[in-house]
Write a protein that binds this ligand. Sequence first.
Ligand code: NAD
Ligand code: IMJ
Length: 276
Amino acid sequence: MIKLETMLETEVKSSSAYASILAGKKVLISGVANKRSIAWAIAQMLYEAGAEVAFSYQGDRLKETVLELTQDMKSPLLVDCDVTKDDMISSAFQSVSDRFNGKLDIFVHCLAFAPKETLQGGYISTEREHFAIAQDISAYSLTAMARAARPLMNNAGGGSIITLTYLGAERVVPNYNMMGIAKASLEAGVRYLAQDLGQENIRVNGISAGPIKTLAARGIADLNTMMNRHAEISPLRRNVELEEVAGTALFLASPLSSGITGEVIHVDCGYSIMAM
Ligand code: NAD
Ligand code: IMJ
């Protein structure tokens, strides 16, 4: 048994402290696009904690990248899953079930998309079709995938579902626009899913990460300015690191968080507590 003080004193980056907390646990992680993806940081942390990891990626063009990133992992399962397609979601979870003997302990939802037109100008200009696409990919996909994960988690005696969200769900962040509405819907989804699945010992939680330079953040107007502001204003006076988001995912995936469900944890160096 590791003493609590020892755990708290150990730096997040030295993964050895958590070497076996997820031993034998079966994980599916969605949303790896490249080495800077939050999903990839989480995958590495969970893998180092002893989990068996499967990956779902969006479309064939990402297969090579995911294959390359995971080449040192022990035979990871890679499945193509565009979340706008019901049949791809069911076949992805079928492959996961086949690989993991019908069981799944942890599912990490780490994906979002809104048409680029919605991430500039005013939210008020959002077109019906663009609204629907953003909600479908960024919010509905959690519900559809939680439903597919449910029987496998039941076979495992319970589970942990984790999604990634952003402060733009709660406050107005310039240009986040349609994604803010989709993340608000995602966060409400976390609470309703937590209620639906709680009796089956399946927990559902969100991590609200501060801004990180990933593919999804690249090309965003004024991102550098926003990140500098974040580093200036946040109580910890810096931006958040990928490993800190991954560490929180490890906590939410592990029995250390067994009493937490329907929650959104801010991993943002405290930025969201500030008024000015
Ligand atoms: P990323 O670009 O690496 O990941 C986004 C992923 O979404 C990609 O892997 C992409 O393939 C996937 N995706 C998009 N449409 C899809 C579809 N139809 N089917 C399947 N997958 C699809 O960027 P990231 O920053 O790692 O984003 C991961 C999550 O973290 C997102 O939910 C994002 O909103 C959230 N987040 C990011 C930040 C940030 O500042 N980077 C902050 C808070 C929350
Ligand atoms: C995205 C847009 C506007 C402001 C933003 C972001 N800030 C941050 C992000 C301040 C941190 C990144 N983020 C939290 C996201 O969730 C990004 C989602 C996203 C990004 C794109 C870019 C390319 C595209 N569609 C997208 N859809 C969702 O075409």
